[in-house]
Design a protein around this ligand. Structure first.
Ligand code: GFB
Length: 310
């Protein structure tokens, strides 16, 4: 990409898309095409085709998706598989039809088998059964990365894919039912502190291990891949480090300055026991993450306080 390249960031208002826009602007890319959900419904193929014919972007970051945490995935599987398949099919096909220069598709490390060898290498894909709590989303994301791979193979389109690990950062979803664990615990522990609650309830056993990458690091990794990678296989983006949900809750408790108790609700599901990704492929390409977990959580907590000020 050069600084005046026309770049479409699909999903620019979300956690991931807004970070990619911040990163592109910081690096001096000033010709961005941004359409909100109301301006462009990516589920409607005719609207997507007309948009691409009119705007003719050169580069596309496909960050738009229907996303959510373990509970949202469990209660809305049909919405997760349908909306994500429609978004990715419409954008990838329109990108092909309009011969755009390059597209980066963003998936998630939940595409890997529940009991994949850890750390998870890219070639573990489709080597075993999926984690049932996010199977619908995972199948949609697997379809998206395979669609990119097959359009590259059949037509020579320069469509690449990356699989970020669990992400967190500003503009995250803090709704306690549909969010991921990081924003949920930041909000729950903050509200317990403010309201002098004796304890905070964490879902599951606290035993699962998760890897967390700050979304500003993820965005930097995506711009790096757009400029430096043209391979057929997808690329993991992560830190290669993991933490238990229990220790994550204790870390957030320390950062927030909450002195109540952390208790566990074992009626809620744990989901996959581990999903730390192997980041050697990306490291060997020349990119590593920067934002350490403690600093990242501190950054998001300060953003959350500012954004919830009355
Ligand atoms: O982040 P999370 O919802 O999704 O849950 P996954 C991670 C772990 O945190 C699970 C536990 O073991 C949850 O039970 N947890 C504890 C909580 N307290 C809470 C809470 O208050 N809220 C939430 N949400 N979790 C997601 C997939 O899996 O990974 C998505 O469902 C996506 O589709 C994402 O792929 C990257 O990490 O289990």
């Amino acid at each position: 990409m050069n600084k005046s390249s026309k770049i479409f960031v699909a999903g620019h208002n979300g956690l991931v898309g807004s970070a990619i826009v911040r990163c592109l602007k910081d690096k001096g890319y000033n010709n961005l095409v941004l359409k909100s959900h109301n301006e462009l419904d990516l589920i409607n193929q005719k609207d997507v085709d007309s948009f691409f014919i009119k705007e003719k972007p050169e580069y596309v970051f496909l960050a738009a998706a229907k996303v959510g945490g373990i509970y949202a995935n469990e209660i809305y599987p049909a919405d997760f598989i349908y909306e994500n398949l429609m978004i990715e099919s419409n954008v990838i096909k329109a990108a092909h039809d309009n011969k755009i220069r390059k597209l980066l598709f963003l998936g998630s490390t939940c595409i890997y088998p529940k009991f994949a060898n850890q750390p998870i290498k890219e070639n573990e894909l489709l080597s075993g059964e999926l984690e049932e709590t996010n199977e619908a989303y995972a199948i949609a994301k697997i379809a998206g990365l395979e669609m990119c791979r097959f359009f590259k193979r059949q037509y020579g389109d320069n469509f690449i894919s990356c699989m970020p690990t669990n992400l967190y950062g500003p503009n995250d979803n803090f709704d306690l039912n549909t969010s991921h664990v990081m924003p949920a615990l930041i909000r729950k522990i903050h509200e317990a502190k403010v309201n002098n609650k004796k304890e905070v309830e964490v879902w599951g056993t606290g035993k699962p291990l998760r890897e967390f990458l700050h979304v500003d690091d993820m965005a930097d990794g995506c711009v790096f891949l757009m400029n430096n990678y043209d391979g057929e296989q997808h690329v993991n983006i992560g830190t290669g480090e993991e933490i238990s949900i229990k220790n994550l809750a204790l870390l957030i408790k320390k950062i927030v300055g909450y002195d109540g108790d952390i208790v566990f609700d074992s009626k809620m599901k744990d989901g996959t026991p581990r999903k730390v990704c192997d980041v050697n492929k990306l490291n060997e390409l020349g990119w590593k993450y920067n934002i350490k977990l403690h600093n990242g959580i501190d950054n998001v907590y300060r953003w959350y306080i500012e954004s919830t000020k009355k």
